[in-house]
Design a protein around this ligand. Structure first.
Ligand code: SIN
Length: 571
């Protein structure tokens, strides 16, 4: 009997393995610019750079599977006559709680109108107000803004932006988009053993359908990979948001900054079947109150700005209400607005709530906070340049100093497009004199790696990293919780590393490795901040320190540089 069970199990294993794809090394592609990511930052950069050379865009799923596509709120930009750049900068710095770079904020905010024009020139239509015979925008209001200044396209802003950009890309012959291609690690001259300045010259890339591997070689590699929401168990982000850019940039030697500042969006729909669905802050901008189950508003007890206080304050207040009352959610109440208005202004939210049996005009909407935006990231300047020449970071993957300790609502799409344009302008100044042939890229070698017969480890560790981050590194932190998280994440990283080296790799393993590396960076950053500021709130140090400083992690805590041990190409 034992023997039969064993034979049976073996047959199952072999049948399972026959379905596995192998990591055959296929080819080398040369380009002038490689852009990793196909959201607003990546495609805006690609379109600008295509004026000067061949652009290869790599995106790990379909080209429209991006955080951008999910953005509901819109883009903050000063357009109203009674608003001003100074006021938008002041609101940004106020939300950022002492850690914004005022010069960066001023430049980004002043560049906004030009970028809005560029999107409109591509065909994007922002919503206009009915009485705006002169073509005035219908401006939304969100938390922390002292004026209405958010341009939107209904509540489908991101989707319209994504479609508009993809249409333009499709008409641009010098851009090639490879969908279902995921970067494994970057290739630097230091790693291939070339003397002189260490620079980025390309990447190893996996076809996420076949698991075949190829290399790309280029003088300029731009990371525009978006967010890190999937590091946490509950998030507003789509499945692609696995912090890939921060992880691969970090492994290539770029310092990371302010990773402890994870923004939790106060209002994700609370329903067992509504995966990650956001109820935009713009709903509060149209007067929705945050209330308890009896319909009693509670936000004014926490902040005089009520439900439109900055997100860190609102998310913490909700967390406190839920924990002190022992309830699974709080509610949004927008029943004062007529049905017709809600349908017109929030078609997506209205119909999604309706699908789950919630009528926005008549019912309270159950909401909970969820991980939404990573304010830290790869240290980069306004032009996206990082400490590693040839490697750039734009959009959510970067930390430019714009968001400080807490991002102001609808400033993220703004940063993504402005920094993409600025990066392209800065690269136009650099002559393309890169002789790729000088650099021999080693073939990917799988060594002794075999097909995994225990992929369950990936599933298990995936859940464990995300649960650990949610439980111990969430909205309210303590030294003890962070210590616990550090121990667990470091154990998990060890297991994941062994798994990565022992078995042929798959996209799931790559994503797991990335979320675990970034979880570690978040915990280490949080542990080093001995104060509460912006999105980092700890019961052990509840006050803000007098002199705010950035958290920058420059080394890898005495370990061997990970890219040296983890890229398995022969040399
Ligand atoms: C929202 O619509 O509430 C999200 C906007 C943002 O995160 O900036």
């Amino acid at each position: 009997m034992d023997c039969l069970v064993h034979a049976d199990a073996l047959a199952w294993t072999q049948a399972g393995q026959a379905r596995f794809k192998t990591n055959v090394f296929m080819k080398l592609i040369d380009a002038d610019y490689v852009v990793v990511g196909s959201g607003l930052a990546g495609l805006s950069a690609a379109l600008k750079l295509a004026e000067r050379g061949r652009v290869l865009v790599l995106t790990k799923k379909a080209a429209n599977a991006t955080n951008t596509s999910y953005a509901q709120g819109g883009i903050a930009s000063v357009t109203a006559p009674d608003d001003s750049f100074e006021q938008h900068v002041a609101d940004t710095l106020d939300a950022g709680a002492g850690l914004c770079d005022a010069d960066v904020a001023t430049k980004i905010i002043e560049h906004a109108p030009v970028c809005i024009e560029a999107l409109e020139a591509m065909g994007l239509r922002f919503s206009r107000s009915e009485d705006g015979a002169g073509g005035r925008y219908d401006l939304g209001r969100e938390g922390g803004h002292s004026a209405r200044r958010v341009l939107h396209a209904g509540d489908f802003t991101g989707r319209h932006i994504q479609d508009t950009l993809l249409d333009s890309v499709a008409k641009t012959p010098s851009i090639r988009v490879l969908q279902n291609h995921m970067v494994i690690d970057l290739i630097t001259t230091g790693w291939i053993g070339v003397d002189g300045e260490n620079r980025c010259i390309g990447a190893y890339v996996m076809n996420s359908e076949s698991c075949e591997i190829m290399a790309v070689r280029a003088p300029h590699v731009i990371l525009a990979t978006g967010g890190a929401g999937k590091v946490y168990l509950y998030t507003s982000n789509p499945d692609v948001a696995t912090a890939d850019g921060v992880a691969i940039g970090w492994r290539a030697g770029v310092p990371v900054k302010n990773m402890e500042f994870i923004q939790f969006h106060p209002s994700c729909l609370f329903h067992p079947e509504a995966k990650s669905f956001l109820v935009s802050e713009a709903v509060r901008g149209e007067g929705a109150k945050l209330v308890d189950v009896e319909g009693v508003p509670f936000m004014n007890a926490y902040d005089e700005r009520g439900a439109l206080a900055p997100r860190d304050i609102v998310a913490r207040a909700i967390d406190s209400e839920m924990k002190s009352r022992g309830v699974p959610s709080v509610y949004l109440d927008i029943r004062h607005q007529p049905e017709a208005f809600l349908k017109d202004r929030f078609p997506n939210i209205h119909s999604t709530c309706g699908r789950f049996g919630i009528d926005m005009a008549k019912d309270l909407i159950p909401v909970v906070p969820a991980a939404h935006y990573c304010c830290g990231g790869l240290e980069a300047d306004l032009n996206g340049h990082t400490a590693v020449p040839g490697l750039y970071a734009i959009g959510e993957v970067a930390c430019t100093g714009f968001h400080g300790a807490n991002r102001l609502a609808s400033n993220s799409l703004l940063e993504a497009i402005v920094c993409a344009h600025e990066l392209a302008a800065s690269l136009a100044e650099i002559p393309v004199d890169f002789d790729g042939a000088k650099y021999t890229i080693p073939d990917w070698e799988s060594g002794d790696a075999v097909h995994s017969d225990e992929a369950i480890v990936v599933e298990h560790n995936w859940n464990e990293v995300r649960t650990c981050m949610w439980d111990y590194v969430g909205i309210v932190r303590t030294d003890k919780r962070l210590e616990r998280a550090l121990r667990r994440i470091q154990n998990l990283r060890g297991e994941i590393r062994d798994y990565y080296l022992d078995y042929l790799i798959t996209p799931d393993v790559l994503e797991l490795r990335n979320i675990a590396d970034v979880a570690d960076l978040i915990v280490r950053s949080a542990r080093s901040r001995h104060e509460s500021r912006g999105l980092h709130y700890t019961l052990d140090y509840p006050e803000a320190a007098d002199n705010p400083v950035d958290t920058v992690i420059r080394d890898v805590a005495g370990q061997t540089h990970p890219s040296h041990e983890s890229i398995r190409a022969g040399r």
